[in-house]
Design a protein around this ligand. Structure first.
Ligand SMILES: CC(C)(COP(=O)(O)OP(=O)(O)OC[C@H]1O[C@@H](n2cnc3c(N)ncnc32)[C@H](O)[C@@H]1OP(=O)(O)O)[C@@H](O)C(=O)NCCC(=O)NCCS
Length: 157
């Protein structure tokens, strides 16, 4: 599995992380989730939620996902601008994939804006394929591309 760069550690998200997650969210997304949505998400069943910390305790990234039947749906993934391009999102997505494989999931699924070329390229590199386009999915009217990473299962599994 991809590894985090030295000095970064991933761990399950906790309620105390919400202010930092919401602050980073507001910095990197044009349509950020408000903090109360993260408060609702943390601690819900059927979730996979991780944060990446720097070794001096600052939030470097987060990934929030939920189970929808036998698919793990990535709701949010972000890396702090100071730490982008070093493999942090790649590693968080690899951890999500590994969690999905452990649960014998059918796939990992996510939506991305067609204009988000960097994220799109990252997902393609990790094996995600576009399987649908959701018209006017985002509040500003942009479509979403639905991307799907099928997971292989051993015969008979
Ligand atoms: C999209 C996003 C999550 C990517 O996070 P990231 O941690 O920078 O991603 P990675 O570092 O794993 O990969 C990004 C690029 O860095 C490259 N990279 C990975 N490890 C690297 C390393 N050690 N050294 C140099 N480059 C590296 C990757 O090859 C990748 O290149 P690519 O753009 O050609 O695919 C981040 O840009 C972000 O938070 N954007 C704002 C929020 C957002 O758009 N989220 C996704 C919504 S769908």
């Amino acid at each position: 599995m991809a590894a985090l760069p030295q000095g970064f550690l991933s761990r399950p998200a906790r309620i105390e992380d919400v202010p930092a997650v919401a602050a980073l969210e507001a910095e990197v997304f044009t349509d950020p989730w408000p903090a109360h949505l993260y408060v609702q998400e943390v601690g819900q069943p059927l979730r996979f939620q991780i944060v990446v910390d720097t070794d001096n305790g600052f939030l470097a990234g987060y990934l929030f996902a939920c189970w929808q039947l036998d698919e793990l749906h990535i709701l949010k993934v972000a890396t702090h601008p100071l730490h982008q391009g070093r493999g942090i999102a790649t590693t968080m997505l690899a951890e999500a994939r590994s969690e999905a494989e452990k649960a014998s999931a059918r796939a990992v699924v996510l939506e991305v804006r067609p204009s988000n070329r960097g994220a799109f390229r990252l997902y393609r590199r990790l094996g995600y394929n576009v399987i649908a386009r959701r018209p006017r999915y985002y509040a500003d009217g942009e479509d979403a591309l639905l991307m799907y990473l099928p997971l292989a299962h051993p015969p008979g599994a």
